[in-house]
Unconditional design. Structure first.
Length: 842
């Protein structure tokens, strides 16, 4: 016997209660994708409640509870969380993050208020936490709730807390004093869930098993079809043959579901895809008679034809419309679909000409490109473009209407001045997706009116000043460094900017070659971008900045900017980016001013000044390049008495006798970017299935050319041992052609290591393991880390359990080290095979 009722998070958490996650439940395993989806839903809910009133709610599913068999203290209601613990854990971590953000930026009293109402049972000794996770998660969770020095560690619990802290920094508008309060109120009162409570004596294991038996679900498209034809008792067959069947022939079930949602957001930009059926059926309920329903199905058919063209621009008859649609399709963002469908439908109705449509799509492309150039590729993009249809639908001058709307405050339509600054400072290589950066460079090449067609398949983005520079490169750069400047910081500020990037089909051959070698190869290219570089006598700061300036003018000329509308001043995006990056630095790790400056697109000096005078999360974890506390660092809170070193040591950072932090615990710029969600997807390599034999041969060629004989033999021995277990090899596509030790070549199979022949590293891919069972269990990843750390010379920090730390490939020349590594690889392989066997049995 169970009891079900609709409730809110407030009712669930208020009062003296404890929810215990039973041992048979898996540990907390939500990653960035699930956290981002929850966050976006909540932000949208907070906005809707502000516009539509506080009765607006968002359903997030069910919570299945059972009375705990353990006897708790009198007055404490104890429950086992049979189902829904991932959601409940994430929401309480979000409340802890809101508590800490509001107590730091508004009033310290928020800490005690949120704690006592929603997170702890203050007066119950032995039962202080309202949510008690599994034993494996308990320490990390308690650290976040108690706000100890270990809060926000590298595990999934700590990562979720840091994710929410980071997003709150982005969300908090300095000009809106109540935005975070509205968000908290949406979390506590706006989320609707069904609480299903079993009775004492019910078998909770059976309940859990039945809840997790899965089958084919009805899509929202299926539900809408069923609804429509239920409303067509006499016209159903005719409507099905005339309109519905042709629609199903051109769109699959996922595309149909997309169509029905796109139709909703033409009227309501707050419509969620998850609510498509509920909202469409509510709208259709207001229609009377079969004729009205039949007309709706006919209208869906017309919209379906338009969506088919958006998805496959080759079907478009007008050449320039087809070209614009193709470019937006190549950009790879579905967030433009609502605007495109609106524009295409207006052309279909005769309200727009082909040229009107081309011009409006040109504005949209300019907006996307300029955001990418200034490092704001995705910030609030979904919300902005969803709202666009509402803003432009009543204006005849659609191009001006779209430009005016996108030029508004906090829309990030970069001005010409912002473009000119960004090309010199922003790490373009870390902005947006790899495919989008490549597209911008290809479109810039096409803007030269080159007669040679650009073939994208063979081209990759190439750093002219390389990512791993030789002494020769540093010497050339040093000649242009001014007195008092740090050579390393100058290099970091230039290497990933657009002025240093080009397209090349020789990426792996060029690699770290000198400029003389690169210039010869670039001179043979048919690309104008490369011919311009090849005309330079040297390649250093003046040349990179001069090229950046030229590219800025070409960008400005090809992609017109925003309207001349007044934009209210706000905190510069670079400092919002700073807060987001620092919020993601876990306890037990540190970084440098130079690394942070590289990621956010500024110089270390203004960064240091900013941290000295403005609050920022985890500012004490930013050290000098040598790992020392900056002499100018001061706590902004004058009541803090401990030294930064004492705090860092309590968090797990190790210092030597001279006061230098352990370099193994440092997060470099690439790792910072990955944690903050700024890293390009090509910096997170996946195995390649293309030309496997050729790539493997290239790996061995590079290894023999760059590593001593002993290392080459050691690598061969490890590879042979891995294949002897039944493992296989795969290769990466980068210039430093890597070798993956994979358990199998099937999709979603885990792999433990990647070997880099030129860089000379063995990468331990915890980041990828986290998405591949059974190593999505953090305890298995931690066990693998502990095993590897028993090998002399290997020390993988706990703070990097969500990243890809490495150790030198030269270790493999040592036979005892190699033998231990092979033993731990055998353990890894056995765990993967045991999981696969269990899956096959099930």
């Amino acid at each position: 016997m169970v009891h079900a009722e609709e409730t809110s998070l407030q009712r669930l958490l208020e009062g003296t209660k404890q929810y215990q996650v039973p041992l048979y439940q898996r540990t907390f395993s939500w990653g960035t994708a699930q956290l981002r989806r929850l966050w976006e839903d909540l932000v949208q809910l907070a906005e809707e409640r502000g516009v539509r009133g506080r009765d607006t709610t968002h359903f997030i599913g069910s919570m299945v509870l059972a009375p705990s068999p353990d006897l708790g203290p009198a007055g404490v209601l104890d429950f086992l969380v049979v189902d829904g613990q991932q959601r409940l854990t994430a929401l309480t971590l979000l409340l802890a993050a809101i508590r800490d953000h509001r107590s730091e930026t508004e009033d310290p009293s928020h800490h005690e208020r949120i704690n006592e109402k929603y997170l702890i049972n203050k007066w119950e000794k032995g039962r202080p936490l309202k949510l008690l996770p599994t034993q494996a998660d308990r320490g990390s969770y308690r650290a976040c709730i108690d706000r100890t020095s270990q809060a926000g560690d590298a595990g999934p619990i700590g990562a979720a807390y840091r994710f929410f802290r980071s997003r709150l920094v982005d969300f908090d508008d300095p000009d809106d004093e109540l935005d975070v309060e509205r968000l908290e109120e949406a979390v506590i009162r706006g989320l609707s869930l069904v609480s299903v409570t079993a009775q004492a004596g019910d078998n909770v294991h059976r309940i859990f098993e039945s809840l997790n038996n899965t089958g084919l679900r009805l899509t929202q498209g299926d539900l809408i079809r069923n609804y429509l034809f239920m409303r067509l008792p006499t016209l159903g067959e005719q409507v099905y043959e005339s309109h519905w069947l042709p629609l199903e022939r051109i769109l699959d079930s996922n595309q149909l579901e997309l169509l029905f949602w796109l139709d909703l957001v033409q009227r309501d930009d707050g419509a969620k895809q998850s609510d498509t059926y509920a909202l469409q059926s509510a709208r259709l309920d207001r229609l009377e008679g079969e004729e009205a329903i039949a007309a709706e199905v006919e209208r869906f058919g017309r919209l379906g034809n338009l969506l088919q063209v958006i998805l496959d621009p080759a079907r478009e008859g007008h050449a320039e419309v087809r070209r614009r649609l193709t470019r937006l399709n190549e950009w790879g963002t579905t967030t433009a679909y609502p605007v495109l469908l609106h524009l295409m439908e207006r052309r279909q109705r005769g309200e727009l000409t082909d040229n009107d449509l081309v011009e409006a799509m040109g504005v949209l492309e300019s907006y996307l490109v300029r955001r990418l150039v200034v490092g704001k590729a995705t910030a609030n993009l979904n919300r902005i473009l969803l709202r666009a249809v509402i803003e432009i639908r009543d204006r005849a001058d659609v191009t001006d209407a779209l430009r005016d709307y996108l030029s508004g405050r906090r829309k990030y339509f970069a001005t010409d001045a912002e473009i000119r600054e960004a090309v010199r400072t922003v790490s373009f290589y870390w902005s947006g997706r790899a495919s989008q950066r490549k597209l911008v460079l290809m479109w810039l090449e096409e803007s030269f009116d080159s007669k040679e067609p650009v073939s994208p398949e063979q081209l990759t983005v190439e750093h002219v000043l390389p990512q791993t520079p030789t002494d020769e490169w540093y010497e050339a750069l040093d000649a242009d460094v001014k007195n008092g400047e740090d050579l390393g910081l100058v290099y970091q500020g230039l290497v990933h900017t657009i002025g240093n990037l080009t397209l090349s089909g020789y990426n792996s051959e060029l690699s770290n070659s000198s400029f003389e070698v690169k210039r010869e190869q670039l001179a043979t290219s048919g690309l104008r971008l490369n011919q311009e570089i090849a005309r330079q006598e040297k390649w250093s700061r003046p040349q990179i900045l001069a090229r950046a300036d030229r590219l800025a003018e070409r960008i400005i000329g090809n992609w017109p900017g925003p309207s001349e509308v007044e934009q209210a001043e706000s905190t510069p995006s670079v400092w919002l980016r700073l807060a987001r990056v620092l919020a993601m630095v876990p306890a037990g790790a540190w970084t440098t001013y130079g690394d942070v400056a590289t990621v956010i697109g500024t110089h270390p000096v203004p960064l240091g000044n900013r941290l000295a005078n403005h609050p920022a999360p985890n500012a004490h974890r930013v050290l000098t390049s040598s790992g020392e506390i900056s002499p100018g660092f001061r706590w902004l809170d004058s009541n803090r008495l401990e030294t930064p070193r004492e705090v860092l040591e309590a968090e797990g950072v190790r210092f030597d006798a001279e006061g230098h932090a352990d370099p193994l615990q440092r997060l470099n710029a690439e790792e910072l970017a990955e944690l903050a969600g700024f890293a390009p997807d090509d910096l997170v390599p996946e195995p390649s299935s293309a030309s496997r034999e050729e790539l493997e041969a290239r790996f061995w060629t590079l290894l023999e050319a760059n590593q001593p004989v002993g290392v080459v033999e050691g690598v061969k021995a490890v590879v042979q041992a891995w294949c002897g277990l039944g493992g296989e090899l795969d290769s990466g596509r980068g210039a430093d052609t890597s070798c993956f030790l994979v358990t199998s070549l099937t999709e979603k199979s885990p792999w433990p290591l990647v070997l880099y022949p030129v860089a000379g590293n063995v990468e331990v891919v915890f980041q990828h393991m986290a998405r591949r069972p059974p190593f999505d269990d953090i305890e298995l990843r931690q066990e693998f880390r502990r095993r590897l750390n028993t090998i002399p010379g290997i020390d993988l920090p706990a703070a990097k359990i969500a990243l890809r730390p490495s150790f030198p490939i030269t270790h493999l020349a040592d036979e005892p080290v190699r033998k231990q590594l092979e033993e731990h690889l055998a353990w890894f392989f056995q765990k993967a095979m045991a999981y696969r066997s269990q899956l096959e049995q099930d």
